[in-house]
Design a binder for this molecule. Structure first.
Ligand code: CO
Ligand code: CO
Length: 375
């Protein structure tokens, strides 16, 4: 990705700010700040805030020890560094906000990111400042992926699928969920994933698969168990998020049956994707199949979520999200059926909206794959 991209994104942000009445956007470390700058700051006990005013260069408030990070930037910023004495930080915030012409005015923030920590320093330095959500602007920018971003997501999907193939071959009765999850994480890194995975893999066996967000346990794999694996890789800050199901030998016929319904629901939702329809229509396509099969009450989550720099981002493939799909949007399709105390099935793919349809970036077989029990 060329360095020009960050200047372009900052310019685009300024043009969107003009339409909203916000005077600047203030971001603490997270996916939005990285998207606009390419810089990776960790969220920590010291406040870091990047302020992007409606005109002029970004203003950065950050600790002196992070100064090296900004030395090599390809675009100009106005840095305000603070030392280890917290009593001086409010003054640094005040100077930075004055420089950004923000002693009063409206600062756009991301409500689910900015902490009371940063908020207190901002308000302490400029009591007349008003904070408003800038979420719609950042969402508008980030939900359409560029060709480069799609390439990174394709690679994240490839890495994840390769890692699973080599993990699954080694699964044998007697292994625990934690052991398989640990092996999968190792394989993800060996296949080339960045170390910051989108999430720790879900590996669940048997009755544990009835919980969509199960955490791997010491549950041992037995013949006749269904195995659900939900995992992803990270490449250049972009994620994949996939779910597949397997069986150790023969399954109870009803679990086999629901796996077929879920696969059909996944296929129906993928086939429904095209520009111009609301996200909710994709949810409906999946849900219809499962309702018609008589399992509607056992599919109790949305059909999917936007995917990119975050494992969950806009748009949401939910009956409540009326976002009109556009080429370049990326999201998961992951219908499921979960029978309490017995078992569940989810099949999850990563989809990109093209000019006329949906394209799956994930291609591993969606059939419930039976693993052979070796004696
Ligand atoms: Co997932
Ligand atoms: Co997902």
């Amino acid at each position: 990705m060329t360095e020009q991209i960050f200047k372009d994104r900052q310019k685009k942000l300024q043009s969107l700010l003009i339409k909203t009445g916000l005077h600047a956007v203030g971001l603490n470390p997270g996916p939005d700040l990285t998207y606009l700058t390419g810089m990776d700051f960790h969220l920590m006990e010291r406040p870091v805030v990047g302020i992007f005013p409606i005109s002029g260069d970004p203003v950065f408030i950050l600790p002196e020890l992070e100064a090296a990070k900004i030395a090599s930037l390809s675009f100009p910023i106005r840095p305000f560094l603070f030392n280890e004495n917290p009593d001086t930080w409010t003054d640094v915030f005040r100077a930075a906000l004055e420089k950004a012409d923000l002693a009063a005015g409206k600062l756009g923030i991301i409500p689910r990111r900015l902490r009371l920590l940063e908020q207190n320093y901002l308000m302490g330095a400029a009591p007349d400042l008003k904070l408003e959500s800038a979420q719609p602007i950042l969402t508008q920018m980030r939900r359409i992926k560029s060709e480069d971003e799609i390439k990174f997501m394709v690679e994240a999907a490839r890495i994840a699928e390769c890692a699973l193939t080599s993990t699954i071959m080694a699964i044998k009765p007697g292994a625990t969920e934690k052991e398989i999850a640990g092996r999968l994480v190792g394989r993800l890194l060996q296949e080339g994933s960045d170390p910051e995975l989108p999430f720790f893999p879900i590996v669940s066996f048997g009755e544990n698969t009835a919980n969509p967000h199960a955490t791997p346990t010491n549950r041992v794999l037995n013949p006749g168990d269904i195995i659900l694996i939900d995992w992803g890789a990270s490449h250049q800050g972009y994620f994949s998020d996939i779910t597949r199901v397997f069986s150790m030998g023969d399954l109870h016929p009803e679990i086999d049956q629901i796996a077929k319904f879920v696969e059909d629901a996944n296929a129906a939702a993928r086939a429904a994707v095209k520009p111009g329809i609301p996200a909710s229509a994709v949810d409906r396509a999946a849900r219809q199949v499962i309702e018609d099969a008589g399992y509607g009450e056992y599919f109790f989550h949305r059909t999917g979520h936007g995917l990119g720099r975050e494992a969950h981002e806009e748009p949401y493939i939910s009956q409540f999200d009326q976002t009109i799909l556009e080429p370049g949007m990326t999201f998961t399709i992951e219908p499921g059926i979960y029978l309490p105390k017995r078992g569940g099935v989810r099949i999850e793919d990563d989809i990109m909206v093209t000019e006329d349809a949906g394209l799956s970036l994930t291609n591993a077989s969606r059939d419930l794959t039976q693993l052979l029990i070796e004696e």
